[in-house]
Structure formats: C-alpha cells, structure tokens
Design a protein around this ligand. Sequence first.
Ligand SMILES: [Zn+2]
Length: 95
Amino acid sequence: MICSYCYDTQIHPKHDVGHWWNNPLDSVYVCSDKCYTELEKLVKNRTWMDHKPEAIFGKKKRKLSPSFDKPSPRDKGPKSVTDKQFTDDLGKFMT
Ligand SMILES: [Zn+2]
C-alpha cells in the first residue's frame, strides 16, 4: 500500500481518494489527514501530475529544462485534469 501524496510505502490507509480519479474503491489511498488535504489541493488546482514527492524524486532541485519549464503561452503552466473534472467541465458545455 502506497500513499498517493507522500508515497510512503506500507502505510495504514486513512482515506480512500480513488473517487477523485473515478478509480474503484480500494485502489488509491493517502496515509493521513495532512496528505488528504494536500492532495486535495493539488487535485483542485490541477497540478497533481507535477507533484514530485521526496520519496521518489529526492530533495535535490531538478535542473530546469528550457523546453519544458518555460512559462506556457497561457501563462498558467500545464494543468492535469482528472477524468471526473474533465467530465464536469464537459457538462458545462452540454447544457
Ligand atoms: Zn502520505
């Protein structure tokens, strides 16, 4: 079992958060209230795909890549949308 926020292994799952990605129950967990809150923020501001937990990436700062790290033309950076958010957004245009 791995926490989807801090990526600690062998956690005692505290919250099932799979529904944020429309995943089935018992597949996506966080280990604590803190991880739940932090991951929820990332999902809401749509940056969860850029989250780089220290457990995997270490504390070292990555060297910026000129092609991927320059500001996007929209000046908002890449956004990672969950299936659910995508469908919700789609709903706005279908009314
Ligand atoms: Zn955690």
